[in-house]
Design a protein around this ligand. Structure first.
Ligand SMILES: CC(C)(COP(=O)(O)OP(=O)(O)OC[C@H]1O[C@@H](n2cnc3c(N)ncnc32)[C@H](O)[C@@H]1OP(=O)(O)O)[C@@H](O)C(=O)NCCC(=O)NCCS
Length: 132
């Protein structure tokens, strides 16, 4: 799969998470660690899925994770999450992360992926996603 995505503008809706990349989020080379960003994207997707399913959910798959450009220490990272489809017990959530340089206005997309979440009951088994 190509790592290139078409040019885009930041989503018009509010981000689920907005956070500043800190020195503690770097890898040994001093660049922001991809796993840190994936964790934030998972949290954003989980928030959207849990809200839609009105209860406990778990990540079951992540597809099409693309790292498009680096994140630097001090960048403001915004994670946008949107439910794109709902199955019987599962939901697909599109997540994009955008960075803004700390001292500027320009934003660019740094990652995108599609997360699949499953709604769970109290015993951890799949349960139907309720009607919207
Ligand atoms: C979530 C979990 C309970 C689902 O159990 P399961 O036996 O796979 O359940 P099912 O086969 O009934 O599938 C449930 C739904 O998930 C979907 N699904 C399961 N695996 C999938 C995958 N790899 N990719 C996409 N969808 C998947 C199924 O299509 C089904 O969707 P639908 O009901 O909307 O048609 C189980 O996979 C699990 O506990 N996984 C670990 C979750 C977890 O710990 N996540 C955090 C990782 S640290």
């Amino acid at each position: 799969m190509s790592n290139r995505l078409p040019p885009a503008e930041p989503p018009q809706h509010a981000p689920v998470i907005r956070i500043t990349a800190m020195p503690s989020d770097t890898n040994p080379a001093g660049d922001i660690f991809g796993g840190w960003l994936m964790g934030i994207m998972d949290m954003a997707a989980a928030s959207a899925a849990t809200r839609r399913a009105r209860g406990r959910c778990a990540t079951v798959a992540v597809e099409g994770m693309s790292f498009l450009s680096p994140v630097r220490v001090g960048d403001e990272v915004s994670c946008y999450a949107e439910i794109v489809s709902v199955g019987r017990t599962s939901m697909k959530v599109k997540v994009e992360a955008w960075r803004r340089e700390r001292e500027g206005e320009h934003m660019n997309r740094v990652t995108a992926a599609e997360f699949t979440f499953v709604a769970l009951d109290q015993t951890g088994r799949p349960r139907p996603v309720p009607a919207a």
